[in-house]
Design a protein around this ligand. Structure first.
Ligand SMILES: Nc1nc2c(c(=O)[nH]1)N[C@H]1C(S)=C(S)[C@@H](COP(=O)(O)O)O[C@H]1N2
Ligand SMILES: [Mo]
Length: 326
């Protein structure tokens, strides 16, 4: 695969477009962030300080130093470096190697961008990404991410719970699943000129999984607009599932009665299932899932059931055989 996309003619083009995208994001973040926690969290990160190292002086003697309070969904584990999170990626639309998306994804135009929300809903929508984003306060959430390939990261996302969007479009009584679709445009996505996967990339969740408060749609990371290689302008984050459920560059969200197809289980149903819950007890046919390599660390660490989110989500699967429903 991989016809290489030509290098950009000058580095200025890249920094200019980064600058513009950042401004665009600041605009939407500042204009549209509604809650106090959203504003505080967002702006603190946007000001460029790493979370938790605020050097601001206490406002009065005896005050605790100002720190972004850890939210109920945040892990206290150290975030992976911005560099690693944005240069070590899986995004097959831009190539198979981990460095390919960072190198090639500048061709993608994340704006203007339209998202269709349809299927079993009372209020189907076709909406511009900036309008969609303006409907919800943006939250910062630091989540673990565990790829099925047995590496992991800790990523500070910015986004909003998927549940808010679903409630807004009013699922009908028939809605049981949520299907997601990535953009299909081989002009912008050179990997789609090959047949390494069936395009467009598709993913799906059961409706109760989609409504779980942990499930989010991300529009940023580290307080910055989502880089193209991480799935701009809109990507799914489901922290208790393997990373491939986190579909990138979403153009369509469809509520369905039947379980929708998913790219990796379609491509290899023996190795990848619909649920894809992180499970150290069920090995991949070609490797163990018991431990993982945290990017930036030397020793492997044990993989946790549901990637450490069992308390929040294990009850979704009571009565389900997690070996058969992998
Ligand atoms: N459209 C699309 N989404 C995708 C992928 C992909 O190839 N195409 N790769 C998945 C996999 S395997 C992982 S681990 C995560 C990686 O997300 P990151 O690069 O932001 O860490 O994206 C997921 N989403
Ligand atoms: Mo992955």
């Amino acid at each position: 695969m991989r016809k290489k996309v030509p290098e950009p003619p000058s580095s200025e083009i890249t920094s200019e477009s980064l600058y513009l995208r950042r401004r665009e994001f600041l605009k939407s973040a500042v204009l549209f962030t509604g809650t106090a926690t959203g504003v505080g969290g967002g702006l603190q990160l946007l000001s460029g300080r790493p979370s938790g190292t605020d050097g601001g002086l206490p406002s009065a003697p005896g005050d605790a130093p100002k720190k972004k309070p850890r939210g109920p969904y945040d892990t206290d584990e150290a975030p992976t470096s911005y560099d690693d999170a944005t240069t070590y990626n899986n995004f097959y639309e831009f190539g198979l190697d981990k460095g390919d998306p960072a190198e090639n994804a500048h061709v993608l135009k994340p704006r203007p961008w339209t998202v269709v929300i349809d299927g079993e809903v009372n209020k189907p929508q076709t909406v511009d990404i900036d309008t969609l984003q303006s409907w919800f306060p943006l939250e910062d959430r630091v989540y673990r991410m565990r790829c099925v390939e047995a590496w992991s990261m800790v990523i500070p996302w910015m986004g909003f719970p998927l549940a808010g969007l679903l409630r807004r479009v009013e699922p009908t009584g028939k809605a049981k699943y949520v299907a997601f679709t990535t953009l299909k445009d081989p002009k912008q996505m050179p990997g789609q000129r090959t047949s390494v996967l069936e395009w467009p990339y598709v993913e799906g969740l059961r409706l109760d999984e989609a409504l779980n408060p942990l499930t989010m749609l991300a529009v940023g990371l580290y307080g910055r607009v989502l880089p193209n290689q991480n799935g701009a302008p809109l990507r799914l984050v489901v922290p208790w599932k393997y990373g491939f459920k986190g579909i990138k560059s979403i153009v369509r969200i469809t509520l369905t009665e039947q379980q929708p197809p998913t790219t990796w289980s379609r491509s290899n149903p023996r190795e990848y299932g619909f649920f894809a819950n992180v499970n150290p007890e069920v090995d991949h046919p070609r490797w163990s899932q018991a431990t993982e390599r945290r990017i930036g660390e030397l020793r492997r660490r044990p993989t946790l059931p549901f990637n450490g989110y069992a308390e929040q989500v294990a009850s979704l699967y009571s009565g389900l055989d997690l070996r058969r429903n992998f």
